[in-house]
Design a protein around this ligand. Structure first.
Ligand code: COI
Length: 354
């Protein structure tokens, strides 16, 4: 049960009751943390199931300096969004897919994981407890961040003796605020993932290795970086936090999510939507040369949704793409967000009411 939220600060009311929104300028939100009221926590020791769930005030947590997450990066995260419909109701988008992906990642990192039901219930409880922070219809979303980590102390390399599953949430706006489309630069020095590694799971340790390239790209005025495969340097991999698609004529291509590429839930949903809109979709290795020759390119991710790419720069050569309103990425984005926000009928059974 979510705690009662009787003491909301002044603001406009939301939904079908007289509760009030916090004092937030929804129009100005980007993708940064706005602390909310509560977070969900559940723990388990080796050989046990997750239990003793609780909703506690959002805040710092205590961790052993010797914990598995701090010392050996034994941790995963997920990301999903809650949207408010026009009638005030709140919708989640395919939360069980995040639960399944966390389960797969936990197996790879030798961690126990919450059941699918526990995961989805925890997400719902977190959203409900922080309901006043879910932006009004059309003004953004609530980003929900489930974490699974080795919280027990472990000095030698090995699985931690205790695990924590924690869910927090923050209202967010656009990931690349004030950028209608992205200009990417191909990274020449570093790789994001390699065969047999952890590129295909949402390991926390996948993200710090991209920071060096991302920081260099941003310092040169690019929005984001595009990695190439580690084995040959010929094929596109991912952005810093998104899957990549190219469009040529009626065909949409994206690298297969087999081990190296993260099986994005937005990626998977966009493929399905594209097929229903009669595009041809190919999941296959895509060379950087093909991408440079495409009519269009776009990125997908929970945080980014669907973002069109205006240009890619590779070895000093810059290619520009179509990004107008009639671009394929715009049509796909319209359909996806229409379903997510309850504006379009959900014929796939993807949305879950909170
Ligand atoms: C998401 O889209 O949920 C991501 O994982 C991106 C995040 C690293 C900002």
């Amino acid at each position: 049960m979510a705690p009662s939220l009787e003491n909301s600060p002044e603001g406009n009311t939301y939904g079908n009751n007289d509760r009030q929104y916090p004092d937030v300028n929804w129009e100005e939100m980007g993708f940064s943390l706005t602390p909310t009221d509560y977070m969900y926590v559940m723990k388990c020791s080796t050989g046990e199931d997750f239990s003793q769930e609780s909703l506690i005030p959002y805040g710092n947590i205590e961790l052993s300096p010797c914990s598995g997450i701090l010392n050996y990066g034994q941790g995963l995260f997920e990301g999903l969004k809650a949207y408010r419909k026009e009638d005030g109701q709140i919708l989640l988008f395919r939360p069980e897919q995040n639960a399944l992906r966390m389960k797969a990642g936990a197996e790879r990192l030798c961690m126990p994981s919450p059941s699918i039901e526990q995961f989805v219930d925890a997400v719902k409880q977190t959203v409900l407890a922080n309901e006043r922070w879910v932006p009004p219809f059309g003004k953004g979303s609530m980003y929900v961040r489930p974490l699974l980590m080795g919280s027990g102390a472990i000095l030698g390399v090995g699985p931690a003796p205790e695990y924590t599953f924690l869910v927090y949430a923050s209202p967010v706006g656009s990931y690349h605020k004030h950028q209608r489309s992205l200009n990417l630069v191909v990274e020449e020095k570093h790789h994001r993932a390699s065969s047999g590694g952890t590129g295909g799971i949402k390991a926390v340790a996948n993200y710090s290795p991209v920071l060096n390239a991302l920081t260099r790209a941003k310092a040169q005025g690019f929005s984001d970086v595009l990695f190439l495969d580690a084995a040959t340097g010929k094929y596109i991999d991912e952005g810093s936090a998104c899957n990549i698609f190219s469009v040529k004529g009626n065909t949409i291509s994206t690298p297969p999510a087999h081990g190296i590429i993260l099986p994005g839930i937005t990626r998977k949903s966009i493929i399905k939507i594209a097929l229903t809109l009669d595009y041809q979709v190919e999941e296959r290795p895509v060379t950087i040369d093909e991408l440079m020759d495409a009519d269009e390119a776009f990125c997908t991710g929970t945080a980014m949704v669907v973002a069109s790419i205006s240009s890619v720069t590779h070895q000093g050569r810059r290619i520009e793409y179509k990004t107008q309103a009639d671009a394929v990425s715009q049509k796909l984005r319209e359909t996806l967000t229409g379903i997510q926000m309850g504006r379009l009928e959900d014929t796939m059974g993807w949305v879950v009411e909170v």
